[in-house]
Ligand binder design. Structure first.
Ligand code: 5AD
Ligand code: SF4
Length: 483
């Protein structure tokens, strides 16, 4: 089914609601001398971080002052609007949100005018919306990821019709262009290139909560990146659940047929110094893409390539559509074309039915690939996914012991790789002083490694700096600027 764009009439309607709320906020300031505040709290992945930048963009346009924190018991510091942008990939992400919602019940008694909203992946699940409706009566507004561009309309109903709005998404999802964005960083920016996922890995809830794959048009992406470059952005990360299937759903994309074409286009038509992207599904990573990474200087030599398990049997049950051997062959082809590439991955420990032998296959794959870093997760049962109803769930203590072994192995490999960089000089995009030590600068290499370094006059933010690496740690490097 071809991707449907949200119509301009719909976006104009949202602008109308935005203006009415803005007037309401301005009238409040005129009579009280106060500005209504709003806080967006984000859980989960980069996609959610970026969605929150859009939510903040819309709220700013509505006249709210965005604040980074809120209080639950000091009246003046309880934000006028608190919006939770949630995640449901693992159970603990949901539990945290319920904890926060519970803590806000008291705040609502202290400040009855406050508005609490919950959006994002968790609220795409009817059972979560029902739980909020029943237990968290302090929540005024609920909507899912696919309806996020309608925030002005929903908020308008809460404010002016005094309604409790609890929406469950009814569409497969569309692509909304023209939503304002309040970016958190002026050096690095996220750019969504596609939404949704068609893969249905048997453990994963994402396809159910984010809908089918929808790509943005290349011309819209290009216009956005050009605008970012004009505003001094030095690095973009292209986001999608599976960027390698970019464009497959578009009938007419001005000659851009796939993700490799999109990378070529952005490198040819803009001056962006660094491009990263995530996430790549191994089954769809083409030789055309490998060649595009190798040929384009701006495309960073860095790849996030989730493997999930090292056992072909488990991979089959996960519905990943590649074997251990195919994955290893892919890694070999990538390394041949781009020898300096840094690799990271995602691994799930304790998928139902995972035996000791399966797990050892994961350990041996990690040893063979030698990832620079790995995000390791304990399998979490997600209602509605095929794996959740399996009877052969692995006992908690067994999973925990395996998880610790995997982490120890990966940490030692990461450390060894970093040790091998001592003595080299690497190019670092400086992000400014380190948060933990003001006397040092911090930044990242093309391979996305964090480098803390000394030297320079404190004015290096936004500059590419050559840094001599003096020491290595497990998750970062230390060095001296060569100025
Ligand atoms: N349990 C544990 N980890 C999961 N992931 C996705 N679903 C689950 C689950 N049910 C992990 C995968 C994915 C990453 C974003 O989250 O490793 O790549
Ligand atoms: Fe989930 Fe698999 Fe889609 Fe990734 S590719 S979002 S793990 S279903």
């Amino acid at each position: 089914m071809p991707t449907i764009q949200v119509s301009t009439e719909e976006m104009t309607k949202q602008l109308h609601f935005t203006r009415e709320i803005r007037n309401w906020n301005e009238a409040y300031t005129a009579t009280t001398g106060r500005v209504r505040t709003a806080c967006v709290r984000t859980f989960g992945c980069q996609m959610n971080e970026h969605d929150s930048e859009k939510l903040s963009g819309m709220l700013t346009q509505m006249g709210f002052l965005m604040v980074p924190e809120y209080s639950v018991n000091e009246e003046p510091k309880i934000a006028d609007l608190i919006l939770f942008n949630t995640c449901c990939v693992r159970e603990n992400a949901e539990e945290k949100v319920y904890g926060h919602l519970g803590a806000l019940k008291g705040a609502k008694r202290i400040k009855p005018t406050m508005i609490t909203g919950v959006c994002g992946c968790m609220t795409e699940q009817p059972h979560a919306v029902e739980e909020i409706r029943r237990v968290y009566k302090n929540v005024d507004l609920v909507f899912g990821t696919r309806a996020a561009h309608k925030l002005p309309e929903y908020l308008h109903q809460v404010i002016f019709d005094n309604k409790r709005v609890l929406e469950v998404s009814k569409t497969e999802g569309e692509v909304a262009e023209g939503v304002p964005v309040e970016r958190a960083d002026d050096l690095k920016a996220w750019v969504t290139i596609m939404y949704g996922c068609n893969n249905f890995c048997s453990y994963c809830i994402v396809p159910y909560v984010r809908g089918r794959e929808r790509s943005r048009k290349a011309t819209d992406i290009l216009a956005e990146v050009r605008g970012l470059v004009e505003n001094g952005i030095q690095e973009i990360t292209l986001l999608g659940q599976n960027v390698n299937s970019y464009g497959k759903d578009l009938e007419d994309n001005d000659g851009i047929t796939d993700f490799a074409d999109l990378l070529d286009l952005l490198c040819r038509e803009t001056e962006i110094p660094r491009i990263r992207f995530m996430t790549s599904h191994p089954k769809d990573l083409s030789d055309r893409l490998i060649a595009a990474i190798a040929r384009n200087k701006s495309v960073c030599n860095q790849l996030h390539l989730p493997v999930q398990s090292g056992s072909s049997r488990v991979l089959k049950e996960m519905n990943r559509k590649y074997t251990r051997e195919e994955y290893l062959d892919l890694v070999a082809r990538i390394r041949k074309a781009v020898p300096e590439i840094t690799l990271s991955t995602d691994i799930i420990v304790g998928f139902p039915g995972e035996t000791e032998a399966d797990f050892e296959q994961t350990l041996s794959l990690v040893e063979q690939v030698r990832y620079d870093s790995a995000y390791t997760f304990i399998y979490s049962k997600r209602v509605g996914t095929p794996a959740a109803t399996r009877e052969d769930q692995v006992p908690e203590d067994v999973v925990k012991a395996r998880f610790d072994r995997l982490l120890a192995l990966q940490n030692s490999i990461g450390r060894e790789i970093n040790d091998g960089l001592v003595g080299r000089t690497l190019e670092v995009l400086c992000e400014g002083p380190s948060r933990t030590n003001e006397d040092r600068m911090t930044g990242r290499t093309e391979g996305n490694k964090i480098v803390n370094f000394i030297g320079g006059d404190g004015n290096l933010r936004g500059k590419m700096v050559r840094v001599h690496i003096d020491h290595a740690q497990t998750w970062s490097l230390e060095g001296t600027a060569e100025l």
